[in-house]
Design a protein around this ligand. Structure first.
Ligand code: PEP
Ligand code: MN
Length: 372
């Protein structure tokens, strides 16, 4: 079986904004009402960094009985958004009927969701419905980290004549993906790029994070890895959203996030000048701090587990193994042993301190710092 692909790619894409800055797709997880759609879109229109408005019309829910989308009427609202704001529109399709209706209502860009990419029968059905149609299609990664399945979906669409294609990295459903909702498995970006060269790749930090406070660090990482754009779920009132409430941001929140990401510098930085190099260091340090923050969170959860299972906080064997492993990885990267050891000693003693704090706190009560 061949593993790489000869995809026939369009010379220009309607998915990317064509400029030096990453493309931003924003809009609610689900279309809920005309008012919600228009209010969100009007706000987003004011942000020059946003070029595409997204909304889920039919929602693929893991369990039945949750909000399954408004259906066709949502396409009418999406059409109104397009007419009123001039933003391009995008919606998810999962079968022939979805494709036909979305095209009938003039949706500009279609996407295949993670639960659909995973199934070649469904992808083929969509490809058949798109035979002879000129419309851009974005393909989210399958829920499991199977690059061939992701590539296969591109190929099926490409064989049906779709040449304006893009990939959306939205993370993978794996056990132990905490603190993420879907683990990013960042190396898959490089892998799929190798398999499908020339296809734009966007990141969907919303479905990777599952919670608002992780959006910045996830988006930043994706941009550092060269993502061509971001798809970020945006809702006028996220807390009452009918789906994915915890991960959506308001248009104002999106503005803040995009500003913090400093998209301009991200794309145009030529790391030749001292100032550029320093800005690169600033970003990397910021990443380091984010990783330390995430690690501290996990340490506390380990502390809770140890307390519940009456285990000792300090586990000599585990610490020896961990340090050996980190030192050997670091040696492979050419990092000096004393330097790396000092860092890990410090990280470890901080982690033990956090776990001691957990042990000192009765299970139901919050610590003094949490009460503040
Ligand atoms: C969505 O974009 O709202 C969605 C359902 O995403 P995914 O297919 O990545 O789960
Ligand atoms: Mn969603």
């Amino acid at each position: 079986m061949t593993t790489t692909s000869n995809l026939n790619i369009a010379a220009t894409t309607k998915i990317l904004n064509g400029g030096p800055l990453p493309t931003v797709i924003a809009g609610p997880c689900s279309a809920e009402s005309e008012e919600q759609m228009l209010q969100t879109a009007r706000e987003l229109k004011k942000d020059h960094r946003v070029s595409i408005f997204r909304a889920g019309i039919w929602k693929p829910r893991t369990r039945p009985g949750m909000f399954e989308g408004v259906g066709t009427v949502g396409l009418e609202w999406l059409q109104t958004v397009k007419q009123e704001t001039g933003l391009q529109t995008a919606a998810e399709v999962a079968n022939t009927q979805h494709v036909e209706e979305a095209l009938k209502y003039g949706v500009d860009i279609l996407w295949v969701g993670a639960r659909t990419t995973v199934n070649p029968f469904s992808v083929q059905e969509i490809a058949d419905a798109l035979q002879g149609v000129d419309v851009p299609v974005m393909v989210k990664n399958p829920v499991n980290p199977d690059m061939q399945l992701w590539l296969g979906a591109l190929e099926r669409l490409n064989r049906a004549g779709i040449t304006d294609l893009a990939l959306i990295h939205r993370g993978f459903s794996t056990p132990g993906s905490k603190p993420y909702r879907n683990h990013p498995k960042w190396h898959t970006i490089q892998e799929i790029r190798g398999l499908a060269p020339g296809i734009p790749l966007l990141c969907d930090p919303s479905h990777i994070s599952g919670r608002r406070d992780l959006l910045e660090t996830v988006s930043q990482q994706a941009l550092h890895l060269g993502a061509d754009g971001l798809m970020i779920e945006t809702h006028t009132n996220p807390d009452v959203a009918l789906s994915d409430a915890a991960q959506q941001v308001t248009p104002a929140g999106l503005d803040k996030l995009l500003t913090a990401l400093d998209l301009e510098t991200e794309r145009v930085a030529q790391p030749e000048q001292l100032q550029d190099l320093r800005s690169l260091i600033d970003k990397l340090d910021n990443e380091l701090l984010n990783v330390l923050f995430l690690r501290a969170d996990v340490s506390k959860r380990i502390g809770e587990y140890k307390r519940a299972n009456a285990l000792d906080i300090y586990q000599a064997g585990r610490w020896r193994q961990l340090l050996e492993n980190r030192l050997s990885v670091a040696a492979g990267m050419g990092l000096e042993e004393d330097f790396v050891k000092a860092i890990f000693d410090s990280i470890h003693s901080f982690s033990l301190g956090l776990q001691n704090e957990v042990f000192a706190t009765p299970p139901q009560q919050k610590s003094a710092s949490q009460k503040l």
